[in-house]
Ligand binder design. Sequence first.
Ligand code: RB5
Length: 146
Amino acid sequence: MNIKKIAIGCDHGGFAYKDAIIELLVNQDIEVFDFGTDSDASVDYPDFIHPVAENVENENTDLGIILCGSGNGAAMSANKHQGIRAALCWTEELAALARQHNNANIISIPARFVSKELALEMVKTFISTDFEGGRHERRVEKISCI
Ligand code: RB5
């Protein structure tokens, strides 16, 4: 998959990593759509995650990256969208498997539980790994409730 556009969003718990991730993506000639938040002031994560999910679901972007403290609130919000498969990842292997087996279109990063270096490595892996299809295709097609 040739990734050209990525949406990103986070709450205050993920803000510290957002700029470094954007820099990584821009250096790979990827167009980034930044839905905030833009400071470490306390906010409600759904306000910043739903716009990312909508953007990916509407195919305005190829993939999404979301961050909050635990990664769970962000993933739960994104996964309310039927077209979204957001994967909570805390190792590079999980980031690869999320693409290979689940065709995840959003990675959710638990910023308070992984280093910035690991977050960047997971992003690199996520955007450069393809869905394997085959037996996984049938399973992925059964995820949506509609
Ligand atoms: C914010 O303090 C924190 O609750 C949030 O970033 C996230 O971990 C929620 O799931």
